[in-house]
Design a binder for this molecule. Structure first.
Ligand SMILES: NS(=O)(=O)N=C1NCCCN1
Ligand SMILES: [Zn+2]
Length: 258
């Protein structure tokens, strides 16, 4: 059963989760005038084992692919990170049309969607412990930009959509290396923020890639064909699962590029 408040919009979350009005909330607007080029920032590297992919599911809020994170099997390292972080899951945010849907906004530009690859710091005993720590989580965020050409690497995920149309549906999803989804450039912005869904814990080192991946309008429509309702409930399209941007306050947004 979804929490009673879950039908209330993002502006109400703070009533149950005061941290949602915190000073380190996400997403944010990334504007060139506020960004600081940090030449000490290292490149980031993902070393993912395709065999770690397990299942794909519709949780009523997004389409999520889950990975085996019982050991350092698929990891993200480098960039702003102090060590390796274990890949736990990836998911998407998208709009009700191609002109919006991303969570982060860059110089006023909203993309059609945003892919999040969520990793946790294994210096903590488990994921639930990591979400309580300022350096517990690292999310690699990649914008989805609509052009005429579909992204063939998205095919695997989108082919499974028909098997997970409604909330609670899950299907096996194996032999998949999500780094095939990456754009050419590894240029990124980084800042400290939070989960963009409740409880909105402020535990995330965000690594937002400058280069979007190109998807087709039909591929976005496939994501929009998901439903937020369970199988035997009235149809509610799963769209606009993005949080509006939050105040940056005194946070530095660093860039790995000039
Ligand atoms: N969009 S986000 O910041 O990754 N937020 C998440 N909240 C719940 C767990 C997974 N991720
Ligand atoms: Zn997300």
């Amino acid at each position: 059963m979804a929490p009673h408040w879950s039908h209330l919009g993002p502006d109400h979350w703070y009533k149950n989760y005061p941290i949602a009005k915190g000073r380190r909330q996400s997403p944010i607007e990334i504007n060139n005038k506020d960004v600081h080029y940090d030449r000490s920032l290292l490149p980031w590297f993902a070393s993912y084992d395709p065999g770690a992919a397990k299942t794909i599911l519709n949780n009523g809020k997004t389409c999520r692919v889950v990975f085996d994170d019982s050991f350092d099997r698929s990891v993200l390292r480098g960039g702003p990170l102090p060590g390796v972080y274990r890949l736990r899951q990836l998911h998407f945010h998208w709009g009700s049309s191609d002109d919006h849907g991303s969570e982060h906004v860059v110089n006023g530009v909203r993309y059609a969607g945003e892919l999040h690859l969520l990793h946790w710091n294994p210096k903590y005993s488990n994921y639930l412990d990591a979400v309580r720590r300022a350096d517990g989580i690292a999310v690699l965020a990649i914008f989805l930009q609509v052009r005429k050409t579909p992204k063939p690497e998205m095919k695997r995920i989108l082919e499974e959509i028909n098997a997970i149309k409604t909330k609670g549906k899950e299907a096996p999803f194996t032999n998949f290396d999500p780094s095939i989804l990456f754009p050419k450039s590894h240029d990124y912005w980084t800042y400290h923020g939070s989960f963009t869904t409740p409880p909105c814990e402020e535990c995330i080192t965000w690594i937002v890639l400058r280069e979007p991946i190109i998807v087709s309008s039909d591929q976005m429509a496939k994501l929009r064909s998901l439903s937020k309702n369970a199988e035997n409930e009235p149809v509610l399209p799963l769209v606009d699962n993005w949080r509006p941007t939050q105040p940056r306050y005194f946070r530095m947004v660093s860039a790995s590029f000039l």
